[in-house]
Design a protein around this ligand. Sequence first.
Ligand code: TEU
Ligand code: CA
Length: 555
Amino acid sequence: MEEKWWQRSTVYQIYPRSFQDSNGDGIGDLPGITSRLEYIRELGADAVWLSPIYKSPNDDNGYDISDYQDIMTEFGTMADFDAMLEKAHSLGLKIVMDLVVNHSSDEHRWFVESRSSRDNPYRDYYIWREGKEDGGLPNNWGSCFGGSVWEYDEKTGMYYMHLFSKKQPDLNWDNPTVRDEVFRMMDWWLQKGIDGFRMDVISLISKPEGLPDGEPEANGYATFHLAANGPHEHEYLREMNRRVLSKYDLLTVGECAGVTLEEARSYANLDGSELSMVFQFEHMDADFDPVLGRYAEQHKDLPRLKEVLSRWQRDLEGIAWNSLYWDNHDQPRVVSRYGSEKEEYRETSAKMLATCLHMMQGTPYVFQGEELGMTNYPWTSIDQINDIESLGNYRAYLAKGLMTEEEGIRMMRRRSRDNARTPMQWDATKNAGFTTGTPWLPVNPNYVTVNAAEQLARADSVFHYYQRLIALRKEMDVIVWGHYELLEPEHPDLFVYTRTLGEESLLVICNFSEEEQTYKIPAEYRDSEVLIANYDTPAPAGKLRPWETLVLYRR
Ligand code: TEU
Ligand code: CA
């Protein structure tokens, strides 16, 4: 099969609000991004995924769009966008836009029309239902952000569905006019010259027939994931592909909440009939509490994490394409999650985690600041939190008596999406060089030591380590195409795997712990070249040091 450009690429994700402010209002913006594109080029990434920059009232920081063909006021103008796109292309960087079309903002003119009367022509653009006979809600699904997915609208006496906030009403994809509108809008952006789409919760667009109740969870509601992989999902994506995507050479990645491996083989099939790849969540769930889910004490379970990642490696090979990620704007920082925040180990563990992911098959995604080993924020009060999901769930859990305030704050430190959204740490000057004003979210106090300027100036920094990993993928077919095999599946602290392509093979060894581990390198790799490692001296025979990683290459 002919190689696609995105199969050897690494994507850098920007959360625009937190990347670079250019005018001192404390909010990142498009001119700010433009001024930092060289930095991304320096890292070696091939493409940038921009979280939403469209017009939005910012109930969910841009994931609630009120005009798909205009720019968010705080971020700049369409002229700023065009300048950014041009600069990116001149540097050889592709631009992948976030496409949020499972829902719009309630301030989008479609919804303003839709809610105005039962027979408005836009009524059927959204999902309206009557309450149950007994006066109950149309069904028992719970929103991702806490509470029901149904909001009662006085004006017309019916409920509309919102899988996310009530300011994010779900679009009705079963209405062909909605699909026409969305496809036309996508084409408009593609005509501008963008290089792909990251499709927000695209797995949720086809709702199941009859919207049946589900089994309630600890919070009293059935999961909104009941809407995942619905009856017309693949039909709609194939239609999108046929009518829009197939006309261009794009990177498309579907964010697929609730996706199974079986489903992914269809979404991300190498035949190109739907999308290039998906973001799956199974490995993100591997440390969740079995009952309380993600807002509970984490359970590091390396055998489980290995099982999940290895299964995706194995079962998509030759059939579909993987995306590889630890961090994004919805996840706590991976160093705080699976590595160490301790100063003596932070960088070592960040490099280990990077190696573990970047030696796998798929397209790696690096979220802003991950390449510096940025960590979670030490939140001390709920008042510091901005994220709608964190606030909604915090309130819901407290109201249900599932946790105390103190436990709630501890959960925010472990889990809040705002851990990923604190401003990018550029240098050691005030506000980490992010803004001259007051940043919209606080800057992590560790910016004085953890920042890009310091790391660019130091050869053994996390930044330069990522740079090497990204360059290796460019040079080595075995990283792109090698067959994956997991070794030591049951080991509680070591993640070890091989990649093999013809005569070439890699042995990837990762110590996911602060303890020294005993490990005997398999005989066939004893004299192999060290491709990359996070210690600059060889490990003592039969041992691995805290958070150690090394990749051995043999041919
Ligand atoms: O997230 C979708 C999603 O599935 C959530 O469950 C997400 O994984 C959760 O917040 C993790 O804790 C997407 C966007 O990435 C997110 O930022 C938006 O808030 C959401 O859709 C609604 O558009
Ligand atoms: Ca600004």
